[in-house]
Design a protein around this ligand. Structure first.
Ligand code: ZN
Length: 408
């Protein structure tokens, strides 16, 4: 009987035919004996992570796979990124993504990353804990120039615009309410006051004086974007009765796990880049099965390579992943292995597309089909047919014998 699950998500794995590969996709062109053997022992299919014809972003695609409806639980990327930074959040908190940047005296942006600043801990600490009109600001450093910002207080709304114009040379945007509610108007007003005060505090910071003396750009503004509210939401463990963990290199994916209440495990060598240590991540996943019922593993680089148009690099990365997949070929019978992707990323378009992705359920308890390779056109012949992201968890619960009976 299945009582453990490994869900392996290759970001942006699906693709379109590549002429240089004779019309095969990078996944089809790759030499993947281990993934093929796993597919041969699986029930296979294709999956629209959202619905047919909708081009998924990575964050909402993952939420869908875990059974969380984006309409209900997703208001912006801020809360997911903040969760990934380990900031404990409460229902109703407004979270934004921040960039420490350099502006001139008229608030025109000189550099959106403050001269590629490496560590913003001191700068975030200078703003952390600020109170404006009864709203407390929590500011925590992220990697390089990035930060997470939380607004905690009554009567707040995520319906506010960005202050980040996303381009150097532009002025910092005034934050505007995106609807007419008093909450949105209040939140915009508080954020504009925050921007002014943050500029004053950062400009006077000794660390910035030191940077300027060393010929570096000061980090004198925090640009904000992606406001979202931390929703009232059942945690993954409670929703499914499965103790879950997340193994990922990329901040957004650690964020998805943390947002849903999963334990985020740190793995040495997990970089979210093509050099990432996939073997170390899979070893960590196998070890995690002793402690957790559900292990989510995210592997990023196929997506980034496709976004660069690097179809050869994408194929090479898939082959590297396949070599490490050998250790998943002899899982005990109580472990269900699912291998899939969050969306397709086309090397030709250098963008996410709405093409469905392969999905396989591997365990002796699944109904096998005749598919013997892991790829887009092979999966199209599989017994699962075409499913949606939201179908994954019900299928998992079914295979685990945990679905309640409908009717008598
Ligand atoms: Zn993705």
């Amino acid at each position: 009987m299945i009582n453990k699950v490994i869900l392996l998500v290759f970001d942006g794995l699906g693709d379109r035919p590549i002429p240089a590969f004779g019309g095969k996709t990078p996944l089809e062109a790759a030499y993947t004996p281990n993934l093929d053997a796993i597919a041969a022992a699986s029930q296979c299919g294709l999956m629209h992570t959202l619905v047919r014809g909708v081009r998924p972003g990575s964050d909402v695609a993952h939420l869908a796979i875990f059974g969380y409806d984006r309409e209900r639980y997703y208001t912006g990327r801020g809360p997911i990124e903040a969760a990934g930074l380990g900031i404990p959040m409460q229902e109703g908190d407004i979270a934004l993504r921040g960039n420490f940047a350099t502006v001139d005296g008229a608030w025109n942006i000189i550099d959106r990353r403050a001269g590629r600043i490496r560590d913003v801990s001191e700068f975030a600490a200078a703003l952390d804990g600020m109170e404006i009109d009864g709203v407390r600001f929590i500011v925590k450093p992220g990697t390089a120039h990035r930060a997470g910002v939380i607004l905690r207080g009554n009567g707040l709304s995520p319906a506010v615009s960005d202050s980040d114009p996303h381009e150097a040379g532009q002025p910092v945007w005034e934050v505007k309410a995106l609807d007419q509610t008093s909450e949105a108007v209040r939140t915009a007003a508080v954020l504009n006051k925050f921007n002014k005060r943050a500029y004053e505090i950062l400009s006077a910071l000794p660390e910035n004086k030191k940077r300027q003396e060393a010929g570096k750009l000061p980090a004198n503004m925090l640009l904000l974007r992606g406001a979202g509210v931390y929703p009232s939401m059942p945690k993954f463990n409670d929703k499914y009765g499965l103790k879950a963990c997340c193994i990922a290199g990329g901040g957004l994916y650690k964020g998805v796990g943390a947002f849903l209440g999963m334990d985020v495990l740190q793995v040495q060598g997990a970089t979210a880049l093509p050099d990432t240590d996939i073997g170390a991540k899979l070893d960590a996943a196998l070890k995690a099965l002793f402690t957790y019922d559900f292990v989510f593993v995210h592997i990023k680089a196929a997506d980034s390579l496709a976004e660069d148009g690097d179809f050869m690099g994408k194929r090479v990365f898939i082959e590297k992943a396949d070599r490490d997949m050998a250790r998943l070929r002899a899982l005990p019978d109580n472990v269900l292995l699912i291998v899939t992707a969050d969306h397709s990323t086309s090397c030709a378009l250098k963008a996410h597309t709405a093409n469905p992705v392969p999905v396989i359920f591997c365990n002796p308890d699944v109904r096998l089909d005749d598919v013997e390779a892991f790829g887009e056109r092979a999966a199209a012949k599989g017994g699962l047919g075409i499913i949606e992201g939201k179908d994954i968890m019900p299928e998992v619960l079914n295979l685990m014998g945990r679905l309640p009976l409908t009717g008598a």
